[in-house]
Design a protein around this ligand. Sequence first.
Ligand SMILES: [Zn+2]
Length: 414
Amino acid sequence: MDFFEFLNTAVTPYHTVSCLKSHFEANSFTNLSDKIETGKAYFVCRGASIIAFRTPKTWDDDSKFRIALAHTDFPTLKISPNPDGTSAGVNTLHTEVYGSPLYTSWLDRDLGYAGMLAYVDSDGSTLKTKLFRGEKLFRIPQLAVHLNRNVNQDGLKVNPQVDFNALWSGASESSALENEKNLFVKSLEKELPAGVRLVDFDVQLFDAQPANRGGFNDEWIYSGRLDNLSSCHAIAEAIVSAESAENDCLVACFFNNEEVGSTTREGAASNFLKSVLDSLIPNSELRTPNSLALSIDMAHAEHPNHTEKHEPNHAPLLGKGIVLKANAQKRYASDLMSSAQLRLLCEKAGIPLQVFIMRNDMPCGSTVGPTVSANLGIPTVDIGEPMLSMHSIREMMATSDHEDMIKLVKALYR
Ligand SMILES: [Zn+2]
């Protein structure tokens, strides 16, 4: 699966899962049904999450799970259920913040819109869904410097309630007069087959600029959604190219809703992974203490203009290899034995390893790692590719780190 094509296509978690599912199907993974055979590859979806796995050639007493985890979602602005407004001769869309985007980065960008639509057929009885991606571009303009005179001295302060109404069309005379309530919803109906009725929608905005190579030697990648499409891509590449192990089960998990805490039907805190493992082998929890999970999410590279923000000796550098993330307050799942196993894995595969810890005077982020590790008892190590501008609408990372990550997950599955 081409990385750039994936970055440009996976514009919502639904699209992420759709891309992954197609990739698995094209590589002989089958949709999970009742009968699970040894030495075969399967996948199963729940909402905008997907789990793929390769069963071992034989299950024996020492069989364990080798798992890689990532998340399919990213911070965004979601279109509200009743989004329509009119102001200054323009139709606006009210949005709701999802996760923790870097607010200022959403201003003055070309914004696409996409998501999932729920509809009923003409018989009105069966609910169906349709993945869609709008073809038009919207915008959230910032105030001109002339109307916000101290912005360069004071910094730009964004109030998400006031500033995140997206401009999507010029208001016609009649729509301005009637203050038309359902203009946008009506536009979504055009995405559906004729004769069906739209019932609900889950639509979000995204950065419409395609991913680019950057740097004088093309050593970097600039794109939206690198956190965490980069990790999804690395895991997908590794499990597709792997072969069934003799006795171990290889598992790849892609969870929605990490950016909002994971406690949803399809998030990492749900019973999704546990139910899959239980369907593979009775008493799956007996296998977990000897298993290993790599929780893969992006890591903060040292910012060249703000080295003071990083812990000395623990500031990962762009292009210098995989990052092991540790935290004494256990915001990361890494512990003594899982970290030690990772170090050995990197040594064996010849992959450079860097270590990240957060400064004591700054709070530390988290990942799906602690949740999965606590709920399933699987030794888990938090790792990632170093990046800059995390949670900006446009992020950056190094190509070589991504290659190292693919190599590492392949080594886990080998
Ligand atoms: Zn992330």
